[in-house]
Design a binder for this molecule. Structure first.
Ligand SMILES: *Cc1c(COP(=O)(O)O)cnc(C)c1O
Length: 373
């Protein structure tokens, strides 16, 4: 059986270093706001190519902190429109509605599966209440259009990146996702390309004022001890997780290369008229390898793969706007019809990529090629 994801296998190469780091932190007497967090933040900022990085509790909190900080700093106000792709994980959207921002859902490009930047530009031209774009680099592929994205940035729109799935990804000029807009959220959930042993996240930004506001917000809103300037949260990263993440961050380029090699091999071998392959992107880091199965044969395909000993998954079967929490409330989502998103959600199948060998990748692709209903 090839499991969809074998976390023990993902973590095995880091065993000795991880145990040593855990021992060191456990015996150090410093568990929060210590030297590991500081070093991790410096190393993450350097890896991404930004001046500021702030370690936080998880990826969802990273997005919440960015939005709250922009509201506090006067760059966003409740009621402002924020473009967000409809084809994403719900964690990209929850913080927008929580903060009273107006989530303007935009359909994906069917090639990239990321935000359709032409449609985003059109939405911005039709709605002068839109102040920001929350771009999601879904499945590890950069969401960026060489022509349209810089145009929109030049018009003064804020660009926030949800980089939870794409640490290490680059666009054609070599810049990293997480450095493309004004602020970016990272998740180090265990199954992400760089994973902690529990929850962790980070914010990167080029904006010194935003970095200060987020640091304070994440620590009860205090700028100095017992001096609270904001109604804050507790969104800190643990020293243990920071220490573990430093080890994995050093392996970032090999983590990305291994996933890329598996993805390229599967795309070279998988040929099936019922299956659309993911678009090739040289800078993608392949958090997921997502194919689309046409003709209503998705369930049959997944059952066939399982009979052949291959576990698959779906990312994501139900798009955010169809989730009960948004369907049943008089929701702050701008509910325009989203037919592309809904059709894609009925076609997606994720093939194993995180913990497979190259020969398993070849077997998966050849098995999928032989599927017929
Ligand atoms: C995982 C993920 C998040 C949330 O990160 P957590 O650390 O689990 O809170 C947000 N957005 C996307 C696209 C994700 O994949």
């Amino acid at each position: 059986m090839i499991p969809f994801l074998d976390m023990k296998r993902v973590n095995a190469p880091f065993e000795a270093e991880t145990l040593e780091a855990l021992r060191r932190v456990a015996m150090s007497g410093r568990y929060l706001h210590g030297p590991q967090t500081k070093a991790f933040e410096q190393e993450l900022a350097a890896a991404i190519g930004v001046p500021y990085a702030i370690g936080v509790s998880n990826g969802l909190d990273a997005i919440r902190l960015i939005l709250r900080a922009y509201i506090i700093n006067g760059r966003l106000q409740p009621g402002d429109g924020v473009i967000v792709p409809s084809n994403t994980y719900i964690a990209s959207i929850l913080p927008l509605t929580e903060m009273g921002l107006r989530a303007v859902l935009v359909e994906p490009d069917e090639q990239t599966l990321n935000l359709d930047w032409k449609l985003a530009r059109q939405a911005i031209e039709e709605d002068d209440g839109i102040r920001a774009i929350l771009a999601v680099h879904l499945y590890g592929a950069p969401s960026w259009d060489n022509e349209i994205t810089p145009q929109l940035l030049n018009r003064g729109l804020l660009m926030i990146e949800d980089n939870a799935q794409a640490i290490g990804a680059t666009i054609t000029d070599g810049r990293h996702t997480g450095s493309l807009g004004h602020a970016a959220a990272f998740s180090f959930y265990p199954t992400k390309n760089v994973g902690a042993l529990g929850d962790a996240g980070a914010v990167t930004t080029t904006d010194a004022q935003l970095a200060d506001t987020i640091r304070a917000l994440a620590n009860y809103g205090s700028d100095t001890r017992y001096h609270n300037i904001h109604l804050g949260y507790n969104c800190r990263i643990d020293e243990t997780q920071a220490a573990i993440l430093r080890i994995r961050l050093r392996a970032l380029s090999s983590i990305s290369t291994v996933r890329r090699t598996r993805a390229m091999l599967m795309s070279a071998l998988l040929r099936n008229p019922l299956i659309t392959l993911p678009a090739p992107h040289p800078g993608a880091v392949w958090h997921q390898y997502v194919v689309r199965v046409h003709g209503g044969h998705r369930d049959a395909f997944r059952e066939y793969m399982l009979r052949c000993g291959i576990q698959t998954d779906i990312h994501y079967a139900v798009p955010p706007h169809l989730q009960p929490c948004y369907r049943n409330s008089d929701s702050s989502l701008t509910c325009v019809p989203l037919p592309i998103t809904e059709r894609l959600a009925s076609e997606y199948v994720s093939l194993p990529i995180a913990s497979t060998t190259l020969s398993q990748a070849a077997f998966i692709a050849c098995t999928a090629s032989a599927f017929h209903p």
